[in-house]
Design a protein around this ligand. Sequence first.
Ligand SMILES: NC(=O)c1ccc[n+]([C@@H]2O[C@H](COP(=O)([O-])OP(=O)(O)OC[C@H]3O[C@@H](n4cnc5c(N)ncnc54)[C@H](O)[C@@H]3O)[C@@H](O)[C@H]2O)c1
Ligand SMILES: [Zn+2]
Length: 404
Amino acid sequence: MIMTTIQAKFNLPYTYQVVFTRDAFNPENRVISTVLGTAGKANRVLVVIDSNVVATNPALLSRIEAYAEQNSQLLDIAGAPFIMTGGERCKQGPEEVEKIHALVNAYHLCRHSFVMVVGGGAVLDAAGYAVATAHRGLRLLRLPTTTLAQNDAGIGVKNAINKFGRKNFCGTFAPPYAVINDFDLLDTLSARDLRAGIAEAVKVALIKDRSFFNQLYDHRITLGKFEPSIMESMIIKCAQLHLDHIQNSGDPFENGSSRPLDFGHWAAHKIEDLAQDDIRHGEAVAIGIALDALYAYHKNMITEIERHKILSLLEQIGFTLFHPVLKKMDMAASLKEFQEHLGGRLTIPLIKGIGNLVQVHEIDTRLLDQCVAELSEKYKPKGKSDEKRTQPNAGNESAGNVLS
Ligand SMILES: NC(=O)c1ccc[n+]([C@@H]2O[C@H](COP(=O)([O-])OP(=O)(O)OC[C@H]3O[C@@H](n4cnc5c(N)ncnc54)[C@H](O)[C@@H]3O)[C@@H](O)[C@H]2O)c1
Ligand SMILES: [Zn+2]
């Protein structure tokens, strides 16, 4: 028998800025100090930085130190920067997260302290999880360093590490204090990682914005060459569409069963689980988009011209739209895993025409197998065994100044 019910209800407004800039650690650049200035004076700041950012841009460490010295009224750096293993490896177990917890403890950081994380989406995810869980949450300042982190992973409200061989199994919803997208940080990025993030722009255009899709299509050749001005406007527009969804969907912390921004992702996450280090998130997303676009075509949800435009945009950006693990995927089990991660009823985002999202609750897995066979026929590298994937432009590209 219920004696008493007390209804708890409160609303909490969240605001944070996503600032686009260049050369953020130049003493003349006031973006970081302005952001920290909003919090008060002499903020304690732990710096966490992606190991591959340091390896390709070693001068960055001394530049951060010099910036902190020049802005010592606002920045009180706690110890040496923590150099976190870059790439998906930092998400594979709890080790890197625990190292950040230990530093927060050792430096006596409090909930008003900042952790400034400079890195790709994987480092931002793992460090963000550590920051959200130490003392139940310190202030997180993100400086994303990949295309994908600047236009998607680094600007939103989620963080995670993998567990039980499953992507993003442990994580929280925790909005950052601020995000600073410094385009110059992309200068050291490999072509492979410059490209990977473009998949998220294609994704968000397909579900939300037909004219953005057409712009991407019209600029597909220059995009494929990572021409800086087109990359930068693509990043800004993509970030804007993601933030628009977070702000205006009515479900920023994904309490419902649907996750529209995950178009192409149910398959992408499984491909990443199976392919491990062999594939980037954005590359898996490109394959997931191709698979779901083919499926939508066979279900008469998009026209042949639309299917052609989607696949050729991805191809011309340089994506390989097949991976051998696709053939090992149990479609029904993969869909079930996706459903379990989201909760509730199976809800797969698909498109009915470019720019028009629809939610689908039943998927024909035999048709999916047929779509995989079509992708395999069209994109499987010829003359190679299934185990060895050729990644055009992936392996031996220099990490040089593709953008500058
Ligand atoms: N939290 C979210 O909302 C969200 C959204 C999308 C993706 N993600 C996650 O993001 C991760 C993928 O992120 P990503 O595509 O940025 O890949 P990544 O973080 O794995 O980075 C790719 C590689 O580039 C290196 N790198 C990063 N910046 C560099 C730079 N400027 N110069 C040279 N090397 C650099 C990294 O160390 C890594 O080796 C996945 O784990 C994915 O699940 C999270
Ligand atoms: Zn994604």
